[in-house]
Design a protein around this ligand. Structure first.
Ligand code: PMP
Length: 354
């Protein structure tokens, strides 16, 4: 491609490739960690009532009400909350706000693949530190000096969780660097680092309403941290897009956070299905990592990852395969409804029969 007119900053950039959103046929869609259950009826109601003549007006650039609601939910103050257009955007603004060129930022090799994209885009020096042989987190290597660290917890795509004590060690190793903990999947059984926020001013946690609150289509994410740290992200936001959340997303986000009962019920169902699916796949000879997320990471000694992905696709089931050296024989399978997971297991059985 002729990149004559492209900025030199992006000529070698390899953007993040999102999971497939098929348009040609109906699949059982277990490839992008969406929630199989609809958003709370109260969310749909809130969107409908926000869809009125006020859409001609800009939304609240500070997302004040939503921040207040999130702050109350977590027992924090609104100054500790920053909201954005999905946690991908929040992560991007945080990378820009907290990490500096020339000061190496670290994150694991085998984690959410957007981190290296942002590091590259913002011309940061970065090091991807390999996970241990068993895909556990190499904590000791995160205690060394760096200009910042990112920890996805539970990690994607492995689903493995780092105990909070280990996160404390990483935070304490250097109180002058920001440690970002991406908790996109924490609602599905991990202990959240939010409880550490008032102890560690260098901690930032990042959250999304896309998974446990079934709102991937609305794009609502947020970060939590000390007021000083959050002021930095606000500074970046106001230099980029002062209105990241539209009126409908603000209304939906607020209603979603408020409906705690629906949220509890939905995540309970997903976790129960995850445990049932894990047991079933293990019976079929799969190795399945214990997961605290709304997906499982699986491999089978008798069939390669890509082959299994294709086999499932041919049988109408989409799952995620990553073209990365250590995990080529693995698949990441999002947790759907019980019926969807049963169909996925049956398709696996069929493939294994050869
Ligand atoms: N963090 C992780 C670890 C993710 O897997 C995802 C979803 N792809 C995100 C953040 C972004 O989620 P969203 O932008 O939908 O909030």
């Amino acid at each position: 491609m002729d990149k004559r007119f492209w900025s030199s900053r992006i000529q070698d950039l390899e953007p993040y490739i999102p999971g497939e959103q098929p348009k040609d046929r109906v699949f059982i869609k277990l490839n992008t960690n969406e929630n199989p259950y609809p958003p709370s009826p109260k969310v749909l109601e809130a969107i409908r009532s926000a869809a009125d003549e006020t859409l001609r007006l800009y939304p609240d650039p500070e997302a004040s009400q939503l921040r207040q609601t999130i702050a109350e939910y977590h027992g924090l103050t609104p100054e500790q909350v920053f909201c954005g257009n999905g946690s991908d955007e929040v992560l991007g603004l945080c990378f820009y706000a907290f990490f500096s060129p020339g000061r190496r930022v670290i994150f694991p090799d085998i984690t959410y693949s957007f981190y290296p994209v942002y590091a590259h885009l913002f011309q940061l020096d970065f090091e991807e530190i390999p996970l241990n042989e068993d895909f556990s987190f190499p904590v000791e290597k995160f205690l060394r000096g760096s200009g910042g660290a990112v920890v996805c917890n539970p990690n994607a795509p492995t689903g493995r969780t780092l105990p909070l004590e280990e996160i404390c060690r990483i935070l304490e190793a250097d109180p002058n660097r920001v440690v970002m903990v991406d908790e996109a999947y924490a609602d599905f059984g991990a202990r959240s680092a939010v409880e550490l926020l008032n102890r560690y001013p260098n901690l930032v946690t990042v959250h999304t309403l896309s998974k446990s609150r079934s709102l991937a289509g609305m794009r609502v994410g947020y970060a939590l941290g000390s007021p000083e740290v959050m002021a930095a992200v606000r500074c970046v936001k106001n230099s980029f897009n002062s209105y990241p959340l539209d009126r409908l997303a603000l209304a939906a986000g607020e209603a979603a956070i408020r409906d705690v009962e629906y949220f509890e019920e939905s995540r309970r169902k997903v976790m129960a299905t995850r445990e049932r699916t894990t047991a079933r796949l293990r019976e079929l000879g799969f190795f399945v990592h214990d997961s605290n997320a709304n997906f499982i990471f699986i491999t089978h000694p008798a069939v390669g990852g890509k082959e299994l992905q294709q086999g499932l696709r041919d049988r109408g089931v989409l799952v995620r395969w990553f073209d990365k050296p250590r995990i080529r024989d693995y698949l990441r399978v999002s947790i759907g409804t019980d019926q969807e997971m049963e169909a996925m297991c049956r398709a696996c059985q069929d493939i294994l029969k050869g």
